[in-house]
Design a protein around this ligand. Structure first.
Ligand code: HSE
Length: 317
């Protein structure tokens, strides 16, 4: 067999938890994502030829060790399951900063699975790729949760309760609302952040959080902006993580003052997101950036509709 041409898959960044649904609710983001190129090669199993960073250069922190990269772990799991005996070579193009709270590891895992899938003679349906992408994500975050992988794979706003995995529930997209995601120049290690979370909570916290998640979903279903605004609260996880992102309190206060429906950490941070009415999004992004810089951190922001498409194959062999 000769080496084949590369196929390239793109997977978008995502907001994990979306404030109300720890480990089970996620939202895709426009304008940022990872790409994985894959081709069949002579040999067996998955190899990584190179990992490139945002600047297009060889990534300074990520190696080509296939046991340490979410893209290769996901692609290899799929390759094995498909019974493929040949080799696959990957090139990983990181478009999302590491440890940013923007679903970087999940996007690589999804792009790896989608690219490898495109090489199969009988590719699986996109939804069926979730378990393979989850294998990569679990390695990176130290836990089994699909709140980044699922929206990166299928787009939009997705609910994936751990007990129902690998099922994905696409939530209705409320009209007139968009997201603003701010990435301060900080890093938070998700696995460490997760290991620092308390393991038990009070009945009051549990009841309140259940109510907020239910209210948010009901608000999305009826495009009830007031209900969404009343519901976008996290009384359990955010208070434990807020201090790990020094600019969070200031950015959140500024966003709420500017009319955000809610504002919280994206995943384990350091990124911070707000949901807001579309007409205030540009001002919201600039307000959040300004307060972040005033707190001493350089930053970048993205404004996205809520119905961002999921992973795609951009270039086929
Ligand atoms: N749900 C995960 C967490 C997302 O909050 O730890 C990590 O990005």
């Amino acid at each position: 067999m000769n080496d084949s041409e590369y196929v390239t898959a793109f997977a978008p960044a995502s907001i994990g938890n979306v404030c109300v649904g720890h480990d089970m609710l996620g939202l895709a983001i426009a304008g940022a994502g990872d790409r994985v190129s894959a081709r069949k090669i002579v040999g067996s199993g998955v190899t990584i030829k190179e990992v490139r960073g945002l600047d297009g250069e060889i990534h300074a922190e990520l190696s080509i060790d296939v046991t340490q990269n979410t893209a290769s772990l996901a692609a290899a799991a799929l390759w094995r399951e498909a019974g493929e005996s040949g080799g696959v070579e990957l090139i990983v193009h990181k478009g999302i900063p590491l440890q940013s709270g923007m679903g970087s590891s999940a996007a690589s895992a999804v792009a790896g699975a989608v690219a490898a899938n495109a090489l199969l003679e009988s590719p699986l349906d996109k939804d069926a790729l979730l378990p393979f992408a989850l294998i990569g994500e679990e390695f990176a975050s130290g836990g089994l949760h699909a709140d980044n992988v699922a929206p990166s794979l299928v787009g939009g706003l997705v609910l994936c309760p751990t007990v129902f995995l690998p099922a994905m529930i696409r939530l209705p997209i409320p009209s007139g609302i968009c997201s603003v995601l701010l990435h301060p120049a900080l890093e938070v290690n998700t696995a460490e952040s997760r290991s620092g979370l308390a393991s038990s909570y009070s009945m009051e916290q549990w009841l309140n959080q259940q109510g907020y998640l239910a209210g948010f979903i009901a608000g999305c279903a009826s495009s009830d902006i007031d209900l969404i605004g009343q519901s976008l609260r996290d009384v359990i996880i955010e208070p434990q993580r807020a201090a790990s992102v020094p600019c969070f309190a200031a950015v959140k206060a500024a966003a709420m003052e500017a009319g955000a429906l809610g504002c919280s950490l994206s995943g384990s941070g350091p990124s911070i997101f707000a949901l807001c009415k579309e007409e205030v999004a540009v001002d919201m992004a600039s307000t959040m950036e300004k307060s972040c810089r005033a707190a001493g951190y350089e930053c970048q922001s993205w404004i996205s509709p809520l119905d961002v498409p999921g992973a795609t194959v951009e270039r086929s062999a």
